[in-house]
Design a protein around this ligand. Sequence first.
Ligand SMILES: C[S@@+](CC[C@H](N)C(=O)[O-])C[C@H]1O[C@@H](n2cnc3c(N)ncnc32)[C@H](O)[C@@H]1O
Length: 211
Amino acid sequence: MLNLLHVGCGGSRLKDLPGFFNDGQWAEIRYDINPDVAPDIIGTLQDMSILEDGVIDGVYSSHNIEHVWAYEVPGVLAEFHRVLKSNGFAVVLCPDMLAVCEAVVAGDLEKPLYVSPAGPIAALDIMYGHQSSIQQGNEFMAHKTGFTSSSLAGYLMKAGFEKVVVARDQIYGLHAIAFKTSPEQQRMDAVVSQLMPVVNGEVSVQVFGAA
Ligand SMILES: C[S@@+](CC[C@H](N)C(=O)[O-])C[C@H]1O[C@@H](n2cnc3c(N)ncnc32)[C@H](O)[C@@H]1O
């Protein structure tokens, strides 16, 4: 089996992740700071020292890295890199600040832009964290920083990932796949085609790292 470290999992479980991880080959380790979501490991993104170096096949981080301060981001991504096996990769999803800022410029700060399982989401929620969750006392949901496709790729490359692929979706989200070592083209294409969003019938990505 391959192991998938599902960081900042919240209430999400393996079955909620893309089909790629539900082919029967992946076993999930749920990791979160909040004990209320019943993770397998209670821990922070900033300090994952409970995990040894090079033991993880995949890191899945959906909407977490905006929950730490900008100065902490390099350390968090260095932790993802450290725990991965040399042929491992990290999947990182986070808000697309360029798309959110375009919505704000268009006058849509508080108007719901789309409806998520947690309820309606406005630009304000994407920029500062899900307001109704925070109002209910869950301050782990506050957002402390933001990313564009190029800043996210830059952080991942600086953390030591050899190949980084980034895509923008249609619901104000960025998707990155960061390979610890450059994969063969066939493997990269297979992972990218199954994990990246399809926009207007196409998977459109930016690739960073040596050819
Ligand atoms: C917006 S939720 C995302 C949940 C899930 N990954 C998803 O996409 O539906 C953010 C999650 O990150 C967790 N979190 C926030 N700060 C964290 C930190 N410093 N270390 C670990 N987890 C953190 C929160 O507890 C929460 O479960």
